[in-house]
Design a protein around this ligand. Structure first.
Ligand code: KIV
Ligand code: ZN
Length: 518
C-alpha cells in the first residue's frame, strides 16, 4: 500500500446509514436505506457504511439489501470487537461486490475504566483478535480505537501498530465525543503516522463528531496532516450534534485545491439531490443557512452583494450553485410529459426506479402533482419519488382521502379515511385549524399515537402552488421518530407526514447501540 502522505486521493466513507441513523428519530426503513445508498453510489462515494448488522434483524437485512443493490461502492458493516458481531457483519456483507468490516473498541482511559471495565492490555488483545477474525471474511478491514480523541498517545500508538500488524488496512481515528480542536486533532494524526512504525501499511482515516461544531474543521486539519479517508454523513446527520458533513468536506477540499494536496472522486452535482432525499426520508429539515445545501447557501439578499454578483459572480460566490446540484429552477417536466421522460429525468438526478410498479406509482403521483402545480422542478421530482416509494412500501397506515371544512368564524372540521392494514377506516373531528382537525381525526383511528413534539412546513420550490414539505416529530416512551410528507396541498402533506411518523412508531424498536457495552 502506498504511503498516506504521498497519496493525492481522499477516500470518502459515508456513514449516513449507520452513524446518521443513530440521530434520535432518524430511523430509516430498508427500502429507504437502499434508495439513499443508490444516490451515494451515483455520487461516487467510495465506501458506504450500511449499518450495524448485529443491532437487530432489520439492520442485518438492510446491510444485506444494500450489499446486494450496490455495485460500484464498497459496502461496510460495523462490528464491535466481538466474534458474534464480526460473524454477523461477514454474513450480511456476503452479497457485496466489495466489502469491508469495520471493527472497534474504546481506548480512552474513561471508556476502558467506566464502560468496558477492562485493563488496557486486554483491550489491546481484543482489538488484535477482532481484526484477525474480520480478516477471515474480507481482506478489507478497518479498525477504530473508539474515543481516540481522548486516548493516551503512547497507548494509541501501541494499539494502532498491533492492529495494522494483525491485518487492518484502514485505521480510523474517531473523535467520538467531539472534544478536539483542529490544530490538536491534526497533530494527533500526524504523530500517529510518524510514530507508528508500520503506519505506511494502512490508510489513516478520521471520524469526527460535532459537539463543539468542529467536526468539519477537525477532519480537514487531519487531511492536512496525512489522513486519506474521512468519515462523514449527508447533512451532517449523526449521533447527538452529528458527524462531519460530507458536502462541506468535499466542497472545502475541491474549492481550496491551493491548500489541499488531495481531492475526492465525488460527483458534486449529486450533493443537493442526495441532501434532499436524506432530509425527506428522515424528516430532518435542512436549516436554510446550512453551508452548501441550505436554501440560502447561494442567495444574495444585500443590494451591494447582488450588484457585485451581477457584475462578476466571483465577487461574492466561491462555488457555483450548479456544481453542487442546485438546479437553476428550470422547469424540467410539465403535465404533458410522459412516463419515459419522467424515468429519464429521475435517473439523471440519481433516482433509480426498480420495476414497472415503482414507475407506475411515481408516474401517477407525478400526474397528480402536475395537475395542481404546472411547473415541475428537480426538487419536486425528489419529493414525488420519495412519496410514491413510501406509498409502495409495506407500511401500516395510508391516507385514502381527507376532507376539511374551514370557514371564517367556524370551527374547522375534518373527515379522514385511512387504509389500516388494508382495511378502510374513517373518522371525523374538529380542530383549532385545518391541520389540527385532520390530526385529531387520525388520532381517533390510530389511538397509539405518542405526543406531537414538532411540526414544521417548508416550501420545496417558490410560488403559491409550491409543494409544501411538512416534518413532524412524535415522542413515545422516550423514543422519537420523524415523519415527512410533501404535496401542493399543505393539509394533505401534513396528514402524510403524520402517518409517516406513525408508521415509524410501529416499527420494531429493539436494537443494540454500537457504543453500549463491549
Ligand atoms: O463515534 C464513534 O466513535 C463511532 C465509532 C463506531 C467509529 O461511531
Ligand atoms: Zn460516530
Amino acid at each position: 500500500m502506498s504511503n498516506n502522505n504521498s497519496n493525492d486521493r481522499l477516500i470518502i466513507f459515508d456513514t449516513t446509514l449507520r452513524d446518521g441513523e443513530q440521530s434520535p428519530g432518524a430511523s430509516m426503513t430498508m427500502d429507504e436505506k437502499v434508495r439513499i445508498a443508490q444516490h451515494l453510489e451515483k455520487m461516487r462515494v467510495d465506501i458506504i457504511e450500511a449499518g450495524f448488522p448485529i443491532a437487530s434483524v432489520g439492520d442485518f437485512e438492510s446491510v444485506k439489501a444494500v450489499a446486494t443493490a450496490i455495485k460500484d461502492s464498497t459496502i461496510c458493516g460495523l462490528a464491535r470487537a466481538l466474534d458474534k458481531d464480526i460473524e454477523r457483519a461477514g454474513e450480511a456483507l456476503k452479497p457485496a461486490n466489495s466489502s469491508r468490516i469495520h471493527t472497534f473498541i474504546a481506548t480512552s482511559p474513561i471508556h476502558m475504566k467506566e464502560k468496558l471495565r477492562m485493563q488496557p492490555d486486554d483491550v489491546l488483545a481484543q482489538a488484535v483478535a477482532a481484526v484477525k477474525k474480520a480478516r477471515q471474511f474480507t481482506d478489507n478491514v478497518e479498525f477504530s480505537p473508539e474515543d481516540a480523541g481522548r486516548s493516551e498517545l503512547d497507548f494509541l500508538c501501541k494499539v494502532v501498530e498491533a492492529t495494522i500488524d494483525a491485518g487492518a488496512t484502514t485505521i480510523n481515528i474517531p473523535d467520538t465525543v467531539g472534544y478536539n480542536i483542529p490544530h490538536q486533532f491534526g497533530e494527533l494524526v500526524k504523530q500517529l503516522i510518524e510514530r507508528v512504525p508500520n503506519s505506511d501499511k494502512a490508510i489513516f482515516s478520521v471520524h469526527c463528531h460535532n459537539d463543539l461544531g468542529l467536526a468539519v474543521g477537525n477532519s480537514l486539519a487531519s487531511v492536512l496532516n496525512g489522513a486519506r479517508q474521512v468519515e462523514c454523513t449527508i447533512n451532517g446527520l449523526g449521533e447527538r450534534a452529528g458527524n462531519a458533513a460530507l458536502e462541506e468536506i468535499v466542497m472545502a477540499i475541491r474549492t481550496r485545491q491551493d491548500v489541499f494536496s488531495c481531492d475526492t472522486n465525488i460527483d458534486t452535482t449529486m450533493i443537493v439531490p442526495t441532501s434532499r432525499l436524506v432530509s425527506s426520508v428522515t424528516g430532518f429539515p435542512v436549516q436554510p443557512n446550512k453551508a452548501i445545501v441550505g436554501k440560502n447557501a447561494f442567495a444574495h439578499e444585500s443590494g451591494i452583494h447582488q450588484d457585485g454578483v451581477l457584475k462578476s459572480r466571483e465577487t461574492y460566490e466561491i462555488m457555483r450553485a450548479q456544481d453542487v446540484g442546485w438546479s437553476d429552477n428550470k422547469i424540467v417536466l410539465g403535465k404533458h410529459s410522459g412516463r419515459s421522460a419522467l424515468r429519464a429525468r429521475l435517473e439523471e438526478i440519481g433516482i433509480k426506479l426498480e420495476g414497472e410498479e415503482a414507475l407506475n406509482a411515481a408516474f401517477s403521483r407525478f400526474k397528480d402533482v402536475a395537475d395542481r402545480k404546472h411547473e415541475i422542478f428537480d426538487e419536486d421530482l425528489v419529493a414525488i419519488a420519495s412519496e410514491s416509494q413510501a406509498a409502495l412500501e409495506h407500511t401500516r397506515y395510508h391516507l385514502v382521502s381527507s376532507w376539511v371544512c374551514s370557514e371564517t368564524g367556524e370551527t374547522p372540521h375534518a373527515k379522514v379515511t385511512l387504509k389500516v392494514d388494508g382495511e378502510e377506516v374513517s373518522a371525523e373531528a374538529d380542530g383549532g385549524g385545518s391541520v389540527d382537525a385532520v390530526f385529531s381525526a387520525i388520532k381517533k383511528i390510530v389511538t397509539d399515537h405518542g405526543t406531537l413534539e414538532l411540526y414544521s412546513v417548508n416550501a420545496i420550490t417558490s410560488g403559491t402552488d409550491a409543494q409544501g414539505e411538512v416534518s413532524v416529530k412524535l415522542e413515545k416512551a422516550g423514543r422519537q421518530v420523524y415523519g415527512s410528507g410533501a404535496d401542493p396541498d399543505i393539509v394533505i402533506a401534513s396528514a402524510n407526514a403524520y402517518l409517516d411518523a406513525l408508521n415509524k412508531l410501529v416499527l420494531a424498536t429493539d436494537r443494540e447501540h454500537p457504543q453500549h457495552g463491549v
